[in-house]
Design a protein around this ligand. Structure first.
Ligand SMILES: [Zn+2]
Ligand SMILES: [Zn+2]
Length: 339
C-alpha cells in the first residue's frame, strides 16, 4: 500500500517538476578542452570555450550538433576563459557553423610567441566587428533568466564574498601555495551560474594559487551544487582547500583520454564531503579502473581521441535546486532532489 502510494507520488511528481522550465548545461566532449553550452530557461545561450582548432572541424561540429539538439540557432554570448589552444583554438571553425552575437574574454593575451600569435590572430579575425566585452570580477554576464556572476578574470578576483558566503575556511593551510603561474591559465575567466537555488561553478583553467585565494582566509564563493573540475581535472588545479569548502554534490570532469583526469585530482574530488557523483567526459587512461568513475558515469570510453564518438553530458536544473544528469552514450540518467 505504502509502496503504491510512493509510486503514485513519484509518477505525479516527475512530470510536474520537470515540466517547469529548466536551465540546461551541455558538456560537449572536445577531448580534454572545454566547450560548455548553457541554455537559460528562456532560451538565451552562452557557450564557454570552443575546444581545439582543426581536426577537420571535429570540435565545431560537435558543438553545432549539440546546439541543434538544444534548439540554439545563435550563441548569444561566447565566453573565452583564456587563450589556450584547447579553449580558443576552435573559434574560427565555430563561427563558420553557428553565429555568435557577443564575445567575452579577459582582455589582452599575456602569452607571446608563435602559437599565442596564431591563436590570437584567429580569434580576433573571427570576432571582426562583432561586440567584444571584457569580463570583470564582480560583473554580470546578462544571460536572461539566470544570474552569471564573474568571479575571476585576467588574474584578478572578487574582493568581497558572495551573498551568504565569507565563512572562515578551516581547511586553509593544508595546501601550500606553489610557484606563481605566469601563463594564461591564471588569467582564466571564472563564473558562478545561479538559477534559484541551483549553483554551478566553472573556473576555466584557473591554477592552484588563484583558486586558494578564492578559498582563504575566507570562502568567497560559499557552497555549490555542481562543479566543473577546474582545468580538466589536472593536478595543477583543484586544491582540496577550495573543492571541499565548496561542497559540490556533483562534479563533471572535462578530461580527455590522456589529458586531464589526474588520479590525485580525481581522489580530491571524490573525497569532497558532500559529493554524490563524479561524471567524466572520458575514461582517463592514466587512472585505471580504481580512479575512474563507474562506467555509467563516463560519457566516452575510448582510449584515444581518434576512436572517440564524442558523446556529451546534459544537465537540467530547476530553481528548486533539483537537477538531473544524462549520459548520452548509454542514456543513463540520474536525478538529484533539491537539498
Ligand atoms: Zn585547458
Ligand atoms: Zn589552459
Amino acid at each position: 500500500m505504502h509502496l503504491m502510494r510512493g509510486l503514485m507520488c513519484a509518477l505525479l511528481l516527475v512530470p510536474a517538476l520537470f515540466g517547469a522550465k529548466t536551465l540546461d548545461i551541455y558538456f560537449v566532449d572536445v577531448e580534454g578542452g572545454q566547450a560548455t553550452l548553457i541554455v537559460s530557461p528562456n532560451g538565451d545561450s552562452m557557450l564557454v570555450d570552443t575546444g581545439w582548432s582543426d581536426h577537420n572541424f571535429r570540435d565545431a561540429n560537435r558543438i553545432a550538433y549539440v546546439a541543434r539538439k538544444a534548439k540554439v540557432k545563435k550563441i548569444d554570448y561566447l565566453l573565452i576563459t583564456h587563450y589556450h589552444e584547447d579553449h580558443v583554438g576552435g573559434v574560427p571553425n565555430l563561427v563558420q557553423k553557428i553565429p555568435v552575437a557577443n564575445f567575452i574574454d579577459h582582455g589582452a593575451n599575456v602569452e607571446t610567441g608563435r602559437d599565442a600569435g596564431r591563436l590570437m590572430d584567429g580569434y580576433l579575425k573571427a570576432v571582426g566587428t562583432t561586440s567584444r566585452i571584457t569580463a570583470k570580477p564582480g560583473g554580470r554576464i546578462p544571460l536572461k533568466g539566470v544570474e552569471v556572476k564573474v568571479l575571476t578574470s585576467n588574474g584578478e578576483r572578487i574582493q568581497t564574498p558572495l551573498m551568504g558566503a565569507g565563512q572562515s575556511n578551516p581547511l586553509c593551510g593544508q595546501d601550500r601555495r606553489r610557484a606563481p603561474d605566469p601563463s594564461e591559465n591564471a588569467r582564466s575567466v571564472g563564473f558562478l551560474l545561479t538559477y534559484g537555488n541551483f549553483r554551478f561553478l566553472d573556473l576555466g583553467d584557473l591554477t592552484w594559487n588563484k583558486e586558494l585565494e578564492l578559498a582563504c582566509p575566507v570562502n568567497l564563493i560559499g557552497t555549490i551544487d555542481v562543479y566543473l573540475a577546474t582545468h580538466h581535472g589536472t593536478n595543477l588545479s583543484g586544491p582540496a582547500t577550495l573543492v571541499h569548502a565548496l561542497r559540490p554534490r556533483v562534479a563533471v570532469m572535462g578530461n580527455g583520454a590522456t589529458k586531464g583526469g589526474s588520479p590525485d585530482t580525481w581522489k580530491t574530488i571524490r573525497s569532497s564531503p558532500a559529493l554524490e557523483d563524479l561524471w567524466q567526459l572520458h575514461f582517463a587512461v592514466a587512472g585505471g579502473k580504481e580512479t575512474n568513475s563507474p562506467d555509467p558515469f563516463i560519457a566516452n570510453m575510448a582510449d584515444r581521441a581518434e576512436n572517440c564518438g564524442g558523446a556529451y553530458i546534459k544537465l537540467s536544473a530547476l530553481p528548486t535546486g533539483e537537477f538531473r544528469v544524462l549520459n548520452t552514450r548509454n542514456k543513463y540518467e540520474k536525478q538529484y532532489p533539491g537539498r
